[in-house]
Structures are given as C-alpha cells and as structure tokens.
Design a protein around this ligand. Structure first.
Ligand code: G4P
Length: 523
C-alpha cells in the first residue's frame, strides 16, 4: 500500500447526545492544527443547545457541508473525521455514514456509561466489524467507578475491554490520568485544572516518584486500583481490536484536554488504514489502481438559491485526479468530475487529488444517488448500502392541490437524499412516505415548507411496513394482478408490497414461495 494510503485514517465518533462528541471533535481539530476551526465547532454545539425545533432539524441534516467531513493532519497521518448526525433517532443517514468509515471512537459520559444511542450506533459498527476505541469522558466530574464502567461496556456490548489508562480519582478528587503503557502521568494545572502539557514520566504504577505529585489516595489509586484494573481485564490485543472484538479504553476529559492526545495517538497507531469494501464480485481493496468509490450521502439545497447538491463519495481505491471521468452505476454513462470538493476543516476547497479513504464532494444536479458506485470502467458495484424497510408509514396530504408537481419533486429529491422513502401506490393518488425514525417526519414537513414552499400534512396510513418483492416476471405479474391494492412503486420504480402487519408479510411469503419479500434493498 502506498504511504499516502497507509497513513490515512477515516473515522467517526459515536456517542449519545451530550456525552462530549462536539467537545472532543473540537479538541481533536485543535491537536491537528486546525485551531481556528475550534470556535466553529463550538458555535455549532451552542446552536444545537438552543434547541429550537428548527435547529434540531438543521442539526439532523448536519448543519453545513464543512462539518460533514473534517480533514486534518498530524505527524504525517491524514485524519478524515466524518460527522454522524447527532439526533436521538436512529436514521439511515447515520447508518450510511458509518459504512464510509474504517473505525470509530465511542465516547461515553463517565456518569452515564452506555446510553441507548451509543448502543444502537455500536450495533451498526458491529455489523461491519468496525473497530472501536473508547473514551470515557468527563472524569473531571463525579463519575461512576471505573470498574463498573468497564464491566458495563463488556456486558452490554459483549466486547472485551482493555483499559489503556486509569483515572486518578474523578470529580473533586481528580488528580490526573495514568497511562499504563508509557507509564506517563498527566497532571492538571491552573485554576481550570486542565491538562496544559505537564507530564511526569514514571517506570510504572509502583514508581515512588508518583508520591511527589499525588496524594496518598492518588498513589493508591494508581498502584492498587490501577494495577487491578490493568490485570483484571484483557491485555490490549491488536488483532482482536482490528476484528472488532476488543476495545481499548481511555479515561479522559475532552473539556480539560485529558485523553485527547491519547485518542489521536491510538487512532494513528492502531486504527486501520482504508479497508477493502464489499462489492458484488468480492471485496475491492485500496491496492486496486482503478479509481472506485461509493456515494454514502447526498446533501441537497445547501444554498436555497441554487438547487445544488453535493454527493459524498468515499474513495475505495485509486488516485483520483480533478477532471477525471467516472461512471456512476445508476447512470451508466461517465461524468467528468471537474470541481470536486475536499473537506479540509476550514473550508470547501477544490481538490486536485484524493486517495483511498478520502471523501470527496461531487456537485451535481440529482444524477448521483446514495448507494451509487462510481468507477472508471463501470464494472464495480459496492454492496452493503441498503435501504431499510420503513417502520413508520404515513400518507402525505397536500394542503394546496395545485402543488402536486412540486410535492412529487420534493419527495423524489428527499428520498434521493435518504431523508425519507417514498412509495407511489398502484391504485389511488395518495403517496406514502416511509421512515425508520420519528424525527425524520418532522424534518420532512419542515423541509417541504422551507425549501419547496409546499404545505403538507401527514396522516395515518393503513400500512405497517413494506417489503421489496423480486421474482420472475411471470410470478410478479401474477402477484400484481391479485394484490394491486397493496402494491406500490418506489423511487426507482421497483415493486413494493405494502403490508398491514408483519403477519401479512409472512402470510404472503408462504403463499408465494416463488417470490422474495425483502426488508432491505441495495441499489
Ligand atoms: P455532544 O456533542 O456529545 O452532544 O456533547 P458536547 O460536546 O456538546 O458536550 C455536552 C456538554 O458536556 C457541554 O456542556 C460540554 O461543555 C460538556 N462537556 C463535554 N466534555 C466534557 C468534559 O470532559 N468534562 C465536563 N465537565 N464537561 C464536558 P454544556 O454546558 O451543555 O455546554 P457549554 O456551554 O459548556 O459549551
């Protein structure tokens, strides 16, 4: 693998709201030298905490492009940090963003441990064996006992845990953080009791020098509790981490700069460089010469005056050069990528080249869709970017019937972006939209009004879920003939069975064994 590729780390932070993702992001960027950006991330955090509904929705969309992908460099390593939408509902958007990373950092609040959103996001990572580095954050405040926290991670996530550092007290008793491997003790300084670079080098947890810097309790915390922690859990195992079976755990306080350097170093040292991605004819790895990639996210209407869209492509292989022609699988004919966007933290920038692991933004007018594969020869089809059968289905009610055309356009656009799924029933004119999380409904209504000037409401639909149906033409035609009232077409004109209950799905599946009823669809 060329150095440019082996030195790339593409990752995301997963956490429950308020655990400290924004703060850690800001500190990672500071460490990475993108100092002037720190305020921007902070501003974003504050805006979110204003918590007006609109802000919440904006947040769900990932406020601005610049925050979607943040690239920074440190010690010859290029870090691509992908922002995952920070709302409480699981959304397809989040899932897809996680398909584009090679590893993740899991941030936990030391007082809260594993929270529901952390668990859901973790499960998504597990599906793809994405390796996880854990930061137990906010140890400058009262938190739970470190052993209890480690046990909870191990139990709830069925994962081996390996403490890499130990908190010397928490909250009012906080005296610093001890790193097992290097033997370094990091100490708080100044009125804010933050880490400003004061490190004591020791020969280990029992080094008498610790007594010069810590209280008697603090010394015991390192020598007794710490050692017990180190020995009571699995030692760090590189392979187990890379396979997603073990997580190294760091204790820290993003706010007070503890654990930040350790996390960056851990990503640099342990996290995988660009990994091969699943494709129809086996995996495609970064060693392939041809430029290939896939679209994991589309963001539309970033500027309300221009109906521009940015499709986010995760590069899987090759060296992309500006102006290159790539063929999207959904289109079949090549497009020239003249003005790709590289997401350097500070601003949009025109990219000249990009390597495997990088994300590039491709401006387009709707030709590129989530799930599209792009390649030079148009032979590669990446898999694993599914649409999920929606769990919430609603009929769309247009307030002003003259706006039917605008509504259709809006629904098509938003389904391309992955905000919703849309189903056009074979009988009747009331379109149905499907989502996997409740918040997506609010986003839909708000965006219809704000961006498309369409006032619409949602009403209950008789359907509970949907299944994509495949089978021979004859079997499909047969089924269609008798079930028209329960059939719809999706945005790609694929046939969908609208089921009134899960029972309904089973019943039809048994009655029609020659057809496949699928809860996911890959484009
Ligand atoms: P999120 O993106 O995961 O939702 O969390 P965010 O970083 O916004 O942090 C949520 C709150 O927790 C913020 O406080 C932030 O300052 C605080 N915080 C983050 N990391 C730490 C830490 O290590 N220690 C302590 N004590 N607090 C931490 P806030 O009051 O909501 O906002 P702010 O006004 O302080 O910015």
């Amino acid at each position: 693998m060329p150095d440019a590729v082996s030195n790339r780390r593409t990752f995301a932070i997963i956490s429950h709201p308020d655990a400290g993702k924004t703060t850690l992001t800001e500190k990672l960027l500071l460490q990475g030298g993108a100092i002037h950006l720190a305020g921007e991330v902070k501003a974003r955090g504050q805006a979110r905490r204003a918590r007006s509904d609109w802000m919440k929705i904006e947040q769900q969309r990932g406020i601005s492009v610049t925050s979607s992908v943040m690239t920074f460099e440190r010690d010859g390593i290029t870090f691509n940090l992908l922002d995952t939408p920070g709302h409480e509902d699981f959304s397809e958007d989040t899932y897809r963003t996680l398909t584009a990373v090679d590893s993740a950092i899991m941030v936990l609040d030391a007082a809260a441990g594993i929270e529901p959103q952390t668990l859901k996001l973790f499960e998504v990572c597990r599906l793809r064996s994405v390796p996880i580095i854990t930061l137990i954050n906010k140890i400058d405040r009262e938190g739970r006992d470190p052993f209890e926290l480690l046990d909870e991670i191990a139990d709830k996530l069925a994962l081996d845990v390996s403490p890499m550092s130990w908190p010397v007290g928490m909250g009012g008793l906080f005296e610093g953080v001890f790193d097992f491997e290097s033997g370094e003790l990091r100490l708080p300084e100044g009125p804010a009791r933050e880490f400003l670079g004061k490190i004591v080098k020791t020969t280990g947890a029992e080094d008498p020098v610790l007594a010069d810097y810590l209280s008697a309790d603090g010394v015991a915390r390192v020598a007794e509790e710490g050692l017990l922690g180190r020995e009571g859990y699995a030692p760090f195992d590189f392979e187990a981490y890379r396979n997603g079976d073990l997580t190294p755990v760091y204790f820290g306080s993003a706010l007070k700069n503890f654990g930040v350097e350790e996390i960056i170093d851990a990503i640099a040292r342990y996290a995988p460089p660009p990994r091969p991605q699943p494709a129809q004819d086996g995996e495609i790895g970064p060693e392939r010469d041809e430029v290939t990639g896939f679209i994991f996210k589309v963001q539309a209407n970033m500027d309300p005056n221009h109906r521009d869209r940015i499709a986010f492509m995760r590069m899987v292989s090759g060296t992309f050069k500006r102006g290159m022609k790539l063929t999207p699988s959904g289109l079949g004919k090549p497009i020239a990528v003249h003005s790709p966007i590289m997401f350097f933290a500070q601003d949009r920038e025109i990219a000249d080249t990009a390597e495997a692991g990088d994300i590039i933004g491709i401006p387009n007018h709707g030709t590129l869709r989530v799930g599209d594969s792009l390649s030079e020869k148009n032979e590669v089809r990446f898999t694993g970017l599914p649409n999920f059968a929606p769990e919430i289905l609603r009929r769309v009610q247009l307030r002003d019937p003259t706006k039917t055309k605008q509504l259709r356009k809006a629904l098509d656009d938003l389904s391309e972006e992955g905000v919703i799924q849309v189903f056009y029933p074979e009988i009747g004119a009331q379109w149905i939209i499907g989502v996997v999380g409740q918040l997506q409904l609010e986003v839909l209504i708000a965006r219809l009004e704000a961006e498309y000037k369409v006032e619409a409401g949602l009403e209950a639909s008789p359907f509970a879920t949907a299944r994509w149906i495949t089978g021979s033409d004859a079997a499909l035609a047969d089924f269609e003939q008798f079930n028209r009232a329960n059939l719809a077409r999706d945005r790609d004109n694929d046939l969908v069975f609208m089921a009134k209950s899960p029972w309904d799905v089973n019943y039809q599946q048994e009655k029609n064994p020659e057809l496949t009823f699928s809860a996911t669809k890959e484009r």
